[in-house]
Design a protein around this ligand. Structure first.
Ligand code: SF4
Ligand code: MSK
Length: 636
């Protein structure tokens, strides 16, 4: 035990998640430190928070003054706008790299499955394969699944490796939106090229005009949204099945004291899929029972958890800021991780409770965690071994267990395909039902609320308050990632939550039997929102481009570079996108004016917004939705 140096914090001020709060109290009693403690004691660097510093060469690092941004320049002469634009662009490059590498990993698996080298996975959704192939001009009529799949692989590989031309999914972009991108030379070629060029251009002494940097930054972000992320979503649907609505339990109460608990946390579904097979293996279930357990309990966390919850109804134990807290229960026999959003601090917490922390992906090792390599050609070797190790930990559990008795049931797994199907036939008139309901005003607009949780703000609170405000004002909310889990825990993923919606949205939800807040899956599944926007444009009555739609986006508690990349691809696609917590920029600078206004006014794209206040965030989004309704002439 050690004494944690910390400001006295009222746990209720740092999270509204009762389960997390209960575990933070326990952690305090147990002398265990979490990211919440570190956030309370480590002040964020004020210069970095404003992005007013540069460390791109050893003549620096150079610090500028956010209060007098044009008062000085870096040693090389770089202005505040160059410095901020370069820093921002590199966040986009890192975030886009994470999503595109994830997508490429799924595509690698797809190739090996299609070519017959890997037999442990197979194509599960042939209908989706045909649909995706057709969407990019691949002939499907009278052809075998294998032929179509191989053509699709070859075509989608260009998303990453192509050096000239437009990425394949550019064919899905509404014509007018694509026209705008072409006009400003923003259509992505291949993700590798865009990320490489952005890293080059932001090197010391290359691109030193904030507006030109922003253009390449936009092209790179689009290579994520309409490239890497979209490939990850579509190929995962083809391989593992397209989600359909399913009732799932969320929150730490999904852990079971009398079972072997395995928690999977990360982003790529391939290892998690294999884990699902391993925990269903009769011999392993028998081994668990022989060890005195009632069985093996598999749960997810964060984004891979969100994907498995949507596809297979696997229970979900919590979002990013609960990953340490869940180990504090003492009930987790193994936490298994792959890539992204895995706090290094998990290792220490796991050691305190004797929980096994296993890394599985060659890209991600963590000091203090044990690495059991996952290979897709023999996936069970890794996941069976983890189950065996979890069983042995169950047998030797020697610490008191405390599981918060909280579970929230909700409906998850709304793909864009299902949203059209669900609303189909009920209100159909001149346009699609969703468009009809927006035009007739029952639904005021659509908001995508996504992203992480962050200990710098009250955990879950900003997400929940903002979404409640949106639905109260008849805005249909679609969600992904950790935000989806915040709302699920708050009980808004149920059809019964319709009573919290305004009268128009409530009527639609009650007629169809759907929740006012629809969960679409993980971070890469934000691409489903892009496709839903495209469908809204193509189906008519709501303008010619994504920028015309009465929609808005938000990441109220964001923390990762991936979130910045997502935000920027929504902005570059034409969506007003508001971030909370903090924004790495000095206000009233030229770069700030470009992101927060110029991209919309001069380029016809979307724009950025920022406020930490959930009610103000909702107000800003609704105001934007109303502005778009007015421009469309549907503001009655
Ligand atoms: Fe300073 Fe310029 Fe070097 Fe950046 S690139 S650290 S602003 S000298
Ligand atoms: S896991 S990027 S904390 S949503 Fe995708 Fe959650 Fe944000 Fe990671």
């Amino acid at each position: 035990k050690k004494t944690i140096p910390q400001k006295p914090v009222n746990i209720r001020d740092i999270t509204i998640c009762d389960a997390t709060a209960q575990m933070l109290e326990k952690a305090k009693r147990d002398g265990v430190e979490t990211a919440f403690d570190r956030a309370a004691t480590m002040k964020a660097c004020p210069i970095g928070a404003d992005s007013a510093c540069c460390k791109h060469c050893s003549m620096g690092p150079c610090r500028l003054n956010a209060k007098d941004p044009y008062g000085k320049v870096g040693v090389c002469g770089a202005t505040i706008d160059t410095i901020m634009a370069r820093n921002f662009a590199r966040m986009v490059a890192a975030g886009a790299a994470a999503h595109t590498d994830h997508g490429m990993a799924m595509l690698d698996l797809f190739r090996e499955v299609v070519s017959g080298h890997i037999k442990e996975y197979r194509i599960k959704d042939v209908q989706k394969l045909d649909m995706v192939a057709q969407s990019i001009g691949i002939e499907t009529e009278g052809r075998t699944t294998e032929d179509i799949a191989m053509d699709l692989y070859k075509e989608l590989e260009r998303t990453y490796t192509q050096v000239e031309g437009e990425i394949p999914f550019a064919k899905r972009v509404p014509e007018k939106t694509l026209e705008t991108w072409r006009k400003y030379d923003m259509v992505p070629r291949g993700a590798m090229r865009e990320i490489m060029e952005l890293m080059h251009r932001t090197h010391m002494g290359v691109d030193q005009h904030y507006e030109n940097i922003t253009r390449q930054c936009s092209r790179t972000a689009l290579a994520d949204g309409w490239g890497g992320s979209m490939v990850a979503t579509e190929i995962s649907d083809i391989l593992f099945g397209t989600p359909k609505p399913v009732a799932v339990e969320v929150n730490m109460g999904v852990l079971k004291e009398d079972m072997v608990n395995i928690v999977v946390h990360g982003h790529e579904p391939n290892m998690f899929e294999s884990m699902l097979v391993s925990v269903s293996e009769a011999s392993l279930i028998r081994a668990a029972k022989d060890a005195g357990a009632k069985g093996i309990n598999l749960c997810g966390m964060c984004c891979s958890g969100a994907e498995m919850m949507s596809r297979h109804g696997v229970p979900h134990a919590g979002n990013f800021m609960s990953t340490e807290a869940v180990i504090v229960t003492g009930a987790v026999d193994a936490m298994v991780v792959d890539v992204q959003c895995i706090k290094q601090g998990l290792s220490k917490v796991a050691q305190c409770y004797g929980t096994h922390l296993f890394t599985t992906n060659y890209r991600c090792h963590i000091e203090g965690a044990e690495h059991i390599a996952f290979h897709e050609d023999k996936p069970g070797e890794c996941t069976d071994e983890i189950v065996i190790r979890a069983i042995s930990r169950f047998k030797s559990r020697n610490k008191p267990i405390e599981i918060p008795n909280i579970r929230n049931i909700g409906v998850h797994g709304f793909s864009h395909e299902y949203i059209s199907y669900m609303l189909g036939g009920t209100f159909r008139a001149s346009y699609t039902p969703l468009n009809d309901n927006i035009i007739n005003g029952r639904i005021r607009g659509v908001a995508g609320v996504v992203g992480c949780t962050n200990p710098r703000v009250r955990h879950d609170w900003v997400h929940v308050e903002m979404v409640k405000e949106l639905i109260r004002n008849d805005v249909l909310v679609v969600q992904t990632g950790c935000s989806q889990i915040s709302l699920a825990k708050a009980g808004l993923m149920t059809p019964e939550a319709a009573h919290l919606a305004g009268p128009g949205l409530r009527e639609v939800c009650e007629t169809v039997g759907m929740p006012p807040v629809l969960g679409l899956g993980s971070c890469v599944d934000n691409s489903r929102i892009l496709i839903a926007c495209t469908a809204m444009v193509n189906e008519g009555g709501l303008g010619d481009s994504i920028a015309d739609l009465p929609v808005a986006g938000a990441a109220p508690e964001w923390m990762s570079e991936k979130a910045i990349s997502i935000g920027h691809y929504f902005v570059a696609s034409g969506v007003y996108t508001v971030f909370g917590v903090t924004f790495p920029i000095v206000e009233e600078t030229k770069f700030h004016k470009l992101l927060f206004n110029g991209l919309e006014e001069e380029y016809g794209l979307g724009k950025w917004g920022y406020t930490a206040d959930p009610y103000e965030m909702a107000r800003m989004m609704i105001e934007h939705i109303d502005k778009k309704r007015k421009a469309l002439g549907i503001d009655k």
